[in-house]
Write a protein that binds this ligand. Structure first.
Ligand code: GSH
Length: 334
């Protein structure tokens, strides 16, 4: 079986390996990765956590870095005396040139090209304390996507300035700018990022009934849980009140009750696997507890939230949740 090479034609180290293969007459089974982030998907990260190309899979032996790949291929499939050497000093000289490529020439090219990658990373207008922003930060973490995060000053009213209104007339956060494509609402953003940069089958679904269930939970977050959180938090943020009315505390308990019933017999909100609905609701429910505690009356919600807290994707929620709690505690007690 021909060794499989994960490659991108535009990448110089990939081309070094393709040239080496040609030089020794070796046929490679080339798998061209797309440039829309396929190298950041979980399947690729599993074989190369450094997510670089090229990566070689030779009958289960996986190795990356073109210099390492090339020497391996030459030793295994070529003639070591032809393009390398067995002589100690000649070998040292070739190795010095290889490291000159690795550490100086290509490393310089990468530093220049990396600036372009950073510019191309989707830009997220965000505020750490905002639960929907944290839902998007968690989704990005779950799919291994780097975002170029721009933190807006919400308390200072930066979201109401003409420059921001031009991109999002609804002046909410988060807002995504993906190479000129602008979209807001964390639920819409998250599905877009998952479809474009992630694996739709992992956190969403292609099955229309499963999709419908996930969508129902997403709208439950949007229309019930987060909308309730906003009705409580916004007047406090605008310093119009310091009080959480009893009827809204009651609505929080109703929301916990609904979620508790969704979770009856289920580990996650849509069944036995985690979906974007869990990420979305984790952002809201972790926050709304500040206004009405999540008690033992809702054991499924307590268990589910504690499961969420143990997931690697939950980590970006921590700082913003703390910011939110500090901000609203000080506004209520001021
Ligand atoms: N459904 C939206 C809600 C976004 C939202 O209301 N965000 C709040 C911050 S938590 C906001 O931007 N408030 C400022 C405003 O509405 O002016 C989403 O999921 O993104």
């Amino acid at each position: 079986m021909a060794p499989k090479l994960y490659s991108i034609d535009a990448s110089p180290p990939c081309r070094a390996t393709l040239m080496l293969a040609k030089a020794i007459g070796l046929t490679l089974d080339v798998h061209n990765l797309d440039q829309g982030g396929e190298h950041l998907k979980p399947e690729y990260l599993k074989i190369n956590p450094e997510h670089t190309v090229p990566t070689l899979d030779d009958g289960g032996f996986v190795i990356w870095d073109s210099h390492a790949i090339n020497l391996y291929l030459l030793e295994k499939y070529g003639n070591i005396d032809g393009l390398y050497s067995r002589d100690l000093k000649t070998k040292a000289l070739i190795n010095q040139r290889l490291h000159f490529d690795s550490g100086v020439a290509f490393s310089l090219l990468l530093r220049i090209a990396y600036i372009r990658i950073e510019i191309m990373a989707p830009k997220l207008y965000s505020i750490d304390a905002s639960p929907p922003c944290r839902a998007t930060l968690m989704l990005a973490k779950a799919i291994g996507l780097t975002l170029d995060v721009y933190n807006l000053d919400l308390m200072g009213g930066e979201h109401l300035k003409p420059e921001y209104l031009k991109i999002n007339p609804q002046h909410t956060v988060p807002t995504l700018d993906d190479d000129g494509f602008i979209i807001w609402d964390s639920h819409a953003i998250n599905l877009y990022l998952l479809e474009k940069y992630g694996n739709i089958d992992a956190l969403y679904s292609r099955d229309f009934k499963t999709k419908a269930l996930i969508n129902q939970r997403l709208h439950f977050d949007s229309g019930v849980a987060f909308s309730l959180l906003l009705r409580i938090a916004k007047p406090i943020r605008l310093k119009q009140t310091k009080i959480i009315p009893d009827n809204l505390k009651g609505e929080i308990r109703d929301t916990y009750g609904f979620l508790n019933s969704f979770l009856e017999g289920n580990k996650w909100t849509c069944g036995d696997r985690v979906t974007i609905a869990d990420i979305q609701l984790a952002a809201t429910i972790s926050c709304i507890q500040l206004f009405e505690p999540l008690t033992d009356s809702y054991p499924n919600v307590q268990r589910w939230l504690s499961n969420c807290e143990q997931q690697p994707w939950y980590q970006p929620n921590l700082k913003g949740l703390n910011d939110f709690n500090n901000l609203f505690t000080s506004l209520i007690n001021a």
